[in-house]
Design a protein around this ligand. Structure first.
Ligand SMILES: Cc1cc2nc3c(=O)[nH]c(=O)nc-3n(C[C@H](O)[C@H](O)[C@H](O)COP(=O)(O)O)c2cc1C
Length: 197
């Protein structure tokens, strides 16, 4: 199973970096698979650690893919890294090994400690829709317009019926990015790609 998380890392100078990432857990280790080039990859290779944050704050996912990468962090306990200040749980990780690949290496991360930070308050369809929408926005330049419009129409149903203020805000950021892309596809694609670097 792949779990959609927010991975926090730091540069060698200690500057936090935040990126949504799907992670797998296997035999007590977490597998991170960043597409290169990747700041997350560079930071893990440099510092040897990362934190996987389990959050239902869909704004972080939508924010990161629309250029809003600044979210409050606090120091991790057991590794020289940071975690999201507002997360339900987090796992503090140390690099165990790297499976090299020119496009998408696998970082095998040993779990040093796993913390519960807040209670899980239940499943929400709008949060899942925002995650799907964030993936869609990160692929705008690769998808046909009809597919984007069809997915937005479908995901909008869950937003309209079940979103709270956070999910509405997150969805608005995503829709602004989709509308910008359709208005000026060449410029929007370049901005999105630069943000992914
Ligand atoms: C739900 C979700 C899951 C993602 N999973 C991955 C992933 O597994 N690997 C990856 O490289 N990027 C993934 N992305 C895209 C990254 O968040 C984005 O490209 C980010 O900038 C990673 O690059 P960085 O390490 O340079 O920040 C995902 C995005 C979303 C919204």
């Amino acid at each position: 199973m792949i779990v959609e998380t927010v991975v926090t890392t730091v540069t060698p100078a200690g500057k936090p970096h935040i990126a949504p990432m799907g992670v797998r857990e296997a035999d007590g280790a977490f597998l991170l698979m960043p597409f290169l080039p990747s700041s997350t990859y560079d930071n893990v290779i440099s510092t040897g650690c990362a934190v996987v944050n389990f959050t239902t704050d869909a704004r972080v996912f939508a924010g990161c893919v629309t250029g809003r990468r600044e979210w409050p962090t606090v120091p991790a306990h057991r590794v020289p890294c940071v975690r999201l200040a507002d997360t339900l749980a987090h796992a503090e990780l140390r690099l165990a090994s790297v499976h090299d690949d020119a496009q998408r290496p696998t970082l095998v991360m040993e779990c040093v400690a796993h913390y519960t930070d807040a209670p899980f308050t239940g499943l929400n369809r709008a949060q899942a829709a925002v995650i799907e929408g964030a993936v869609l926005v990160s692929r705008l330049a690769m998808l046909p317009r009809e597919k984007i419009e069809a997915e937005v129409a479908y995901l909008s149903i869950a937003i309209a019926r079940t979103a709270g203020p956070r999910e509405q805000q997150a969805w608005q950021w995503l829709m602004d990015a989709v509308n910008d892309f359709f208005a000026r596809p060449a410029v929007a694609a370049r901005v999105l790609n630069e943000e992914a670097l």
